[in-house]
Design a protein around this ligand. Structure first.
Ligand code: SF4
Ligand code: SF4
Length: 232
């Protein structure tokens, strides 16, 4: 899932200060699970903005809408009327949802209410952990299912750096050294031989250094339904 957290209210009030009629649009997917942009958070944010505006003697009306997923055209199409009626849209989706809204409604300013941080999962109540950096060429098959790209501060690919101490990362004693975890996992699986094999320099062309990445499945394409025509 995509992990995000709400921006400070003060920042959102500043970002929207020019506007009197704000549509706050929530998303029912990842950001609901991390309690940042679901139905409850959207309603609470809208109410907080109204209260803060009133305390500031600022005229402000808010309307709320929910989408099942703000990152797909079919779910944001029905928002057209609400978007038209508002001066500005405050989106509590992740950065993908905000950009989908901005693409769909280019004449309207779409302001992000969240800071999108990472891809990961809830590991316990109230704790979300990044565990995939979206490198485009997954190596989990040789690292015991633990990602050194997302979880190692130095993205080490052939074992720990010299700072690994007692299972902890040199960056912080609160952070496990992922290479220590990989060693223990592979040892438990009787697969330590995987650690002995040297990983060649990683080919990062599948990562995001070459700009926006794209996956094309020719078998699924319906040409007339494509909002972005490819230049291939
Ligand atoms: S190796 Fe790459 S794709 Fe696999 S979990 Fe790590 S960052 Fe994600
Ligand atoms: S201590 Fe471990 S997790 Fe931390 S930077 Fe070094 S190898 Fe990576």
């Amino acid at each position: 899932m995509i992990i995000a957290e709400q921006k400070p209210l003060k920042e959102l009030l500043e970002l929207t200060k020019e506007f009197k009629n704000i549509l706050v649009v929530g998303c029912g997917a990842c950001v609901s699970i991390c309690f940042a942009g679901g139905e409850k958070e959207t309603a609470t944010l809208a109410a907080s903005m109204r209260l803060a505006a009133r305390a500031d003697k600022r005229e402000l009306k808010t309307t709320e809408s929910m989408t099942l997923r703000q990152c797909e055209w079919e779910f944001i199409e029905p928002l057209a009327e609400d978007v038209e009626a508002a001066d500005v849209v405050l989106s509590t989706a992740c950065g993908v949802g905000v950009q989908a809204m901005a693409e769909k409604y280019p004449h309207k300013l779409i302001i992000p209410a969240l800071n999108t941080t990472s891809m990961g999962m809830p590991v316990e109540q109230g704790v979300w952990l990044e565990n995939c950096g979206g490198c485009g060429n997954c190596i989990l098959g040789s690292t015991g299912g633990l990602c050194p790209i997302a979880r190692c501060a130095k993205t080490m690919l052939n074992g720990p750096c010299g700072g690994s101490q007692n299972g902890k990362c040199e960056v912080s004693s609160e952070i496990d050294c992922v290479w220590d975890l990989i060693y223990k996992r592979l040892k438990g699986q009787g697969l330590l031989n995987l650690m002995i094999e040297l990983a060649p320099p990683k080919d990062w062309t599948s990562a995001r250094d070459g700009g926006q990445r794209k996956i094309i499945r020719e078998d699924l394409i319906i040409p007339e339904s494509r909002p972005f025509k490819d230049e291939k």
